[in-house]
Design a protein around this ligand. Structure first.
Ligand SMILES: C[S@@+](CC[C@H](N)C(=O)[O-])C[C@H]1O[C@@H](n2cnc3c(N)ncnc32)[C@H](O)[C@@H]1O
Length: 339
């Protein structure tokens, strides 16, 4: 079997990345050939897939499962979002998969790949004039839409049963998702990352510099394979950092969370004998101080940056007296590659 890395069109990847960085990608369809999609799928999309794995693991921990009614990957590109989602929630295959992208090449590529990977899965094109229904996946697409397209998308999303939206963990993307949450939370229950349905705490004036982001774990091969090293060199992308912002909405009320539930935002700031954790709950976003002597195990995890972001805290003023990670290890572990 030939090595897929040898077939990558690096010039195409550079061209596509230039469009993303210059924020010109939205102006016109940039998929010029199947080879563009293949090259993207092998590289950029893998990194996006690891973000999806992170979000799906979080949803499993949260006790969420998809409603029936099929799956729609909107702005599908090479299709990484639905492939990652279907691995974590195979039951979603029952309702079939629909894809939508302004690029017919992207729709064809992702449909072909889904048919190959998920035997028996019914796969078809979505008709954008029809209601969405079921679970809608959106991934790294918002900044490519102009205002009219954004407005139409938000209206169309009202016909979905559940929405899982993953964007880069940048200030701008997080703030866009916060704006989208504010519009759609009138109709949907907020499942994640928020542990509450209230106005987002980051909209308070004292929090205007913060953003809601988390870190996914890259697959181990990123640190060991010469191919990923050359991706890093050619494209200048920091492979270790996989910041993600996301939003999960559902028509159905999610499982209730225990008292003291908080979502950690960003990375902990770790000092010699304590760590500062930014926690979000219905009262807003505030920093909690975790003393090593109160919770040696969580302090160790904070140092290694492996804390589960869904926790319960018992607080006294600024101190976290007790902290517990919620949900334990999810049942299914995502594959690390081959997505
Ligand atoms: C950065 S890619 C992300 C692809 C895929 N969702 C992923 O996460 O890998 C953005 C995708 O949005 C598509 N797109 C851009 N504008 C669109 C529009 N107005 N309607 C539908 N798709 C659009 C592009 O063709 C492209 O495939």
């Amino acid at each position: 079997m030939s090595d897929p890395w040898e077939e990558i069109d690096w010039l195409a990847l550079e061209r596509i990345r230039k469009g993303y960085l210059g924020e010109t990608a939205g102006r016109a369809d940039y998929w010029e050939s199947e080879s563009d999609l293949f090259s993207y799928d092998q590289t950029f999309a893998q990194r996006i897939g690891w973000k999806w794995d992170h979000v799906c693991q979080d949803l499993l921990r949260r006790g969420w499962s998809p409603p029936s009614g099929g799956l729609l990957d909107w702005g599908c590109g090479s299709g990484i979002a639905h492939r990652s989602f279907l691995r974590a929630f195979p039951q979603s295959a029952q309702g079939g998969l629909k894809v939508w992208d302004r690029s017919p090449l992207a729709r064809d590529y992702s449909m072909k790949k889904a048919r190959r990977q998920f035997e028996g899965l019914s796969v078809s094109d979505h008709n954008p004039d029809r209601p969405m229904g079921g679970v809608v996946l959106l991934s790294h697409v918002w900044t490519e839409l102009d205002e009219t397209a954004q407005g139409k998308l938000l209206e169309d999303l009202r016909t979905a049963s559940a929405i899982i939206w993953v964007e880069p963990g940048t200030y701008a993307s997080s703030r866009s998702l916060i704006g989208i949450r504010a519009i759609l939370r009138e109709q949907f229950h907020v499942v994640a990352p928020c542990v509450h349905q209230e106005t987002c705490g980051l909209l308070k004036p004292s929090r205007e510099h913060d953003w809601c982001h988390h870190f996914a774990e890259p697959a181990r091969e990123v640190f060991t394979s010469p191919q990923w090293a050359s991706f890093n060199q050619r494209l200048g992308i920091d492979l270790r950092s996989l910041a993600v912002s996301y939003l999960v909405l559902d028509n159905r009320a999610p499982q209730a969370l225990p008292n003291g539930a908080v979502r950690l935002l960003g990375r902990p700031r770790v000092y010699k004998a304590h760590a500062l954790l930014l926690g979000c709950d219905a009262s807003g976003v505030s920093e909690g101080r975790l003393m090593k002597r109160h919770s040696a195990e969580l302090f160790r995890k904070a140092k290694k940056d492996t804390l589960t972001t869904l926790q319960t805290w018992v607080r006294e003023e600024g101190d976290i007296l007790e902290a517990q990670e919620l949900g334990g290890a999810p049942e299914s572990t995502p594959a690390s590659s081959g997505t």
